[in-house]
Design a protein around this ligand. Sequence first.
Ligand SMILES: [Zn+2]
Length: 187
Amino acid sequence: MKVVVLFSGGIDSTVVLRLMEQHERLPLAFDYQQPHSIELERAGMICHEQGLLLNVMKLPKMPKINDVVFAGRNAVFLSLAAGFALENGAEKVVIGCNASDHERFPDCRPRFIESMNRALHAAYGVNVEAPLLMSDKRQIVSMADRLGIDLRATWSCYQPTDEGRPCGECLACQVRKDAGAPESRDW
Ligand SMILES: [Zn+2]
């Protein structure tokens, strides 16, 4: 089976990419002019290490609701990913939303994922799955350990320093630290 994996080069999508390894994987990332565009470079490198080619779709700059939430982001991502799946003969789209996102990101909650799955399945026959939806970040970090994934290769920071290092202070850096994940290494 072919699956489209929404891939940002972060901890969650890197674990999801591994969980899907028994399938033919089509990793897909979005360039939405995010300030942390370094994540796209990392995503490309992680895919390259696994012999996969990262597909990147360019999008206009997205409106923000607050410091961290882009309006409509996952609705747009999943809809485009479903189209990409159809175009490439894939049956499902997999996303790394998890329990640590539920509070701050409305488009990572179970109700949203279920609704998108229903809508995209009804219209296009493409399923949406979020295998980490009920796991929190700490559980995902342990899962990565068990799977032998080197999390130092992944990137989380929203506001990298001029030298291209994690800032250590943004929400993504804090969540990463609190979950006991190692720091991102230089590449
Ligand atoms: Zn940061």
